[in-house]
Design a protein around this ligand. Structure first.
Ligand code: SP5
Ligand code: ZN
Length: 348
């Protein structure tokens, strides 16, 4: 199986993430990719390769040009004032601020712009962030093109992850939506419907938002119930899509402490929905933060279960573009990825 990765992820290495106003050691860190590469490299079923450069076009197909321009230029703007610190917003345009007054103006300052384009304080931007985020997109596009070229499964070891990045907003450790960029490319190249199955513990608010009005991209997500879990404001089951996209979005919230048996039952529901829609390619947003040892999630999925999850997903009989999202327990992360991909390749 072709596994696409790039050392450029290391360019994004923020010193901390800010949680509830407190800087803490970042969980979304370079060691995550190294853990996965170590596990894949020890197994001859997986071939590691680096992506080519795919430019801005696939990014601009799903993201607002203003977001892309901001991420490209944010570091020099910020560093002119605070070169020693990572760039983090401390003011956000809550919609209630301008209630009844129209949208206002895009700010000119680094502080104003950070809040304008982001939604949390846990996604610091450093000098190399933009280059790393571009490289993660290159990996997703390369894996997508491998599958469009006939491969049954390809894996993109993306870092930073992507599923919280919306058309015009970054956050949740995500800058560009790698999986959405892959799905958009598949829809454009094949003219078929494409499905995105999001297994990250957190709801992929960005992917949902990008395709919410689209009938040609089905988004199905298993995630911690937003009543208690990040990103708090999206991921409820009554979010079914809008306009022509109504019915092309399915949220399946997980209970606290969700174990293998319960997880697999919800997964079967997700697969039933995807199997009922047309299309020959499935994009998997593969986060491992539903693992029992993950520091962010409150689910209890075991490493072994990721093998069964991979088998069931591949049991749909579709070609798979697997895109890495979260997963923060470095002791289990690599093995969980290997189990999932191993299960997918055997069944596929
Ligand atoms: C891609 C991805 O997985 N992004 C997740 C971003 C989560 N950021 C907020 C973390 C909130 C931490 N709550 C910890 C609860 C620990 N029991
Ligand atoms: Zn997550």
């Amino acid at each position: 199986m072709r596994c696409i990765h790039t050392p450029r992820h290391r360019l994004h290495d923020p010193p901390d993430e800010v949680r509830h106003g407190v800087p803490v050691p970042p969980v979304e860190r370079p060691g995550r990719v190294e853990a996965v590469i170590d596990a894949l490299g020890a197994d001859e079923r997986f071939e590691l390769e680096e992506p080519g450069e795919h430019g801005l076009e696939p990014i601009l197909a799903v993201h607002d040009e203003g977001l892309v321009r901001f991420l490209e230029t944010a570091w020099p703007l910020w560093a002119a004032e605070r070169p020693e610190e990572a760039a983090v917003a401390d003011t956000f345009p809550n919609p209630a601020m301008r209630d009844g007054m129209g949208p206002g103006h895009e700010p000119a300052s680094a502080s104003g712009l950070l809040g304008w384009w982001s939604f949390d304080t846990a996604t610091p931007l450093v000098e190399g962030t933009y280059a790393a985020a571009r490289a993660a997109v290159d990996a997703a596009v390369a894996a997508t093109d491998a599958v469009l070229g006939g491969e049954g499964v390809a894996y993109a070891l993306c870092r930073p992850p992507g599923h919280h990045a919306a058309r015009a907003m970054f956050g949740g450790y995500c800058f560009f939506n790698n999986a959405a960029i892959g799905a958009e490319r598949i829809a454009g190249e094949t003219g078929e419907r494409v499905a995105v199955l999001d297994l990250d513990y957190h709801h992929g608010n960005g992917t949902q938002q990008i395709f919410y009005e689209r009938p040609d991209v089905l988004y199905v997500s298993l995630h911690g119930d937003p009543a208690r879990a990040f990103p708090h404001y999206t991921g409820y089951p009554d979010e079914r899509g809008a306009g022509p996209g109504f019915g092309s979005n399915l949220n399946l919230p997980l209970p606290e402490g969700c174990d293998d048996e319960r997880y697999l039952r919800v997964l079967d529901r997700a697969l039933e929905e995807i199997g009922g829609a047309s299309g020959s390619i499935l994009v998997v947003s593969l986060g491992m933060d539903a693992h029992r040892d993950d520091p962010l999630g409150d689910a209890a999925v075991t490493t072994e279960c990721y093998g069964e999850i991979g088998r069931r997903v591949a049991g749909l009989g579709r070609r798979l573009v697997v895109v890495q999202e979260g997963g923060y327990d470095l002791a289990s992360l690599g093995e969980s990825v290997v189990r999932f991909l191993g299960g997918a390749v055997v069944a596929g």
